[in-house]
Design a binder for this molecule. Structure first.
Ligand SMILES: Nc1ncnc2c1ncn2[C@@H]1O[C@H](COP(=O)(O)OP(=O)(O)OP(=O)(O)O)[C@@H](O)[C@H]1O
Ligand SMILES: [Mg+2]
Length: 204
């Protein structure tokens, strides 16, 4: 899990890892493979997917079509029907709304669609950029349950969150970013006891 104030550089880092923007320096490896210069579509094929802020659906496509877009690579495409079934079992709402245009979804529903679309690429590492943003407290609870369930299915999850208490509850490790750099990292159970975290992020 990654924490940090507004403008700390969290989204920028995720976008750089996913290949949506080029990093000016440094290098990135994923599963022992150099990915620094790879385009986004090749990074997804390696099993690394990003759910961007707000889920970013294709607004003029239906929910079902959005899900299929997530499988748009040779290997996931062959298994797309079976993966859709699994994703719809996980998020029943996406089945109920399969034929609805994505632009008509609420914020929470878009977030679910974003997660569902990401799962369609059968990722091994899933990154979520502020998945709880704009959600009602009850939805936030539900969302973290989903994240926990994905983790139990063996998918590695990296979540950027302002909702620190919830995030520290589900995460094994946490990283605190300030000005684009990691200033603090460790086990969530230890960070929750940390003075700096308590003062700056939990307001205790
Ligand atoms: N293309 C760009 N040109 C200039 N500045 C940029 C650009 N993209 C991002 N920034 C700046 O870089 C900083 C980090 O932005 P980023 O979106 O990564 O922050 P963040 O940690 O995700 O913040 P938030 O919690 O508000 O989403 C911000 O000050 C932002 O204004
Ligand atoms: Mg951001």
């Amino acid at each position: 899990m990654s924490l940090g104030n507004n403008g700390a550089g969290k989204t920028t880092i995720l976008n750089a890892v996913a290949g949506l923007i080029r990093s000016a320096s440094g290098s990135m490896r994923f599963l022992n493979k150099e990915i620094t210069r790879l385009p986004a579509y090749e990074i997804v094929r390696l099993g690394l997917s990003l759910v961007r802020e707000g889920g970013k659906p294709f607004t003029e496509m239906t929910v079902h079509e959005n899900l299929l877009m997530g499988a748009y690579a040779p290997v996931p495409w062959k298994r797309k029907e079976e993966t859709v079934k699994r994703v719809e079992a996980f998020f029943p709402l996406l089945k109920q709304r399969a034929q609805q245009l994505a632009r008509t979804l609420s914020g929470g529903e878009r977030q679910m669609l974003g997660m569902g679309r990401s799962l369609m690429s059968t990722p091994t590492l899933c990154m979520f950029d502020e998945p709880s943003y704009g959600l009602a407290p009850i939805m936030v609870k539900k969302l973290f349950k989903y994240i926990q369930a994905l983790k139990e299915q063996g998918i590695t999850i990296l979540v950027v969150e302002q909702n620190i208490r919830h995030a520290l509850d589900v995460a094994d490790r946490a990283y605190v970013l300030e000005n684009g750099r990691i200033v603090l990292e460790g086990k969530s159970s230890e960070l929750i006891e940390n003075d700096h975290i308590q003062k700056v992020y939990l307001g205790l």
